[in-house]
Design a protein. Structure first.
Length: 315
């Protein structure tokens, strides 16, 4: 694939830019989270950019841009505080503008979904649509009975996912308060780094006890190796700290941008559709038969199909 770097906000930002052979393809920004990387998306680049080569319709093609967030992968590590989701979104908006894309779609999970929401809120005039496989949100403000009108199966799924994630969430406190101290240990031990990352892939995915049924060893090790050779586990983890300590300068309210949601059953959290509709202009909602937090790696075909379906309605 075509890898590049460009200077934005004083940092060299790495990205893949793979253009489709279809000239009028929709530009699509794919944004990773933690403990992922651009590696999550490499297997879906082909089906997205050249669907005809994979038995699809050429009208579903995308020009794909996959950045490494500042502090991740081959992007520079910020040397100052303040790289919260808002500032990350500013970097991505600048990247797409520099590439000449005046209008484009955005897709992401984990921090990529959170940053995508900020992007849609602050740069909504540039977005064709926002597709998320990680829709976060609580009850609507001012709702007398927030559970009224919410299907019982959605309330049960939210409770079940909350119970499951309660046993997985210790990392948030560590990375949100002491990322530097944690980083010294992980950056000095390949076994420790691998354990810290693989633990999340094991706990957050839908594998029925067999991790290699959804990820190959090569996929897991490629992602871990990227963190190891670039020494970015500390800088990548700091987004949790910065999100807590650096308040946004612009309030993101209701998202007017057309939004599509892919709901995977083993995602680490679940937001009922009614609650999501109070925060996003939801025009597309797909409940998946299987899959978890790392959708692009776990269920690439399901994710690609849903991205095509969503943006197909916006072309």
């Amino acid at each position: 694939f075509d890898h590049f770097k460009t200077a934005i906000d004083g940092l060299d930002v790495h990205f893949i830019h793979e253009r489709s052979p279809v000239d009028d393809a929709i530009p699509l920004l794919l944004t990773h989270g933690w403990p992922g990387s651009f590696v999550e998306f490499v297997d879906i680049i082909g089906p997205l950019t050249d669907p005809e080569a994979y038995g699809g319709d050429p009208s579903d093609a995308f020009h794909v841009v996959i950045p490494s967030l500042p502090g991740y992968g081959f992007s520079d590590k910020p040397e100052e505080r303040g790289y919260n989701p808002e500032r990350m979104a500013d970097v991505l908006a600048s990247l797409m503008e520099r590439l000449g894309y005046e209008r484009y779609g955005a897709q992401g999970g984990d921090w990529g979904a959170i940053i995508g929401r900020v992007l849609a809120g602050n740069y909504g005039d540039r977005l064709i649509g926002l597709h998320s496989n990680f829709v976060l949100g609580g009850p609507p403000r001012g709702a007398g009975d927030p559970e009224a009108g919410v299907p019982i199966e959605e309330l049960e799924l939210r409770q079940e996912r909350a119970r499951a994630f309660a046993n997985e969430s210790a990392y948030q406190t560590l990375q949100g308060t002491k990322p530097q101290s944690l980083g010294y240990g992980l950056n000095d031990s390949p076994a420790g780094l691998a354990a810290w990352i693989v633990e999340k892939f094991h706990g957050w995915s839908d594998h029925d006890g067999d991790l290699e049924s959804v990820f190959t060893k090569d996929q897991l090790l490629t992602n871990i190796t990227l963190y190891w050779v670039t020494e970015t586990i500390t800088s990548a983890s700091r987004i949790y700290y910065e999100a807590r300590r650096t308040p946004p300068t612009r309030r993101v309210g209701f998202i007017e941008v057309p939004t599509g949601a892919a709901i995977f059953p083993k995602e680490i959290s679940f937001t009922p559709r009614k609650w999501a509709e109070a925060q996003y202009n939801i025009v597309h909602w797909t409940v998946m038969p299987r899959g978890g937090h790392f959708a692009a790696l776990e269920q690439p075909d399901l994710l690609v199909d849903d991205i095509r379906d969503f943006f197909g309605g916006l072309r």
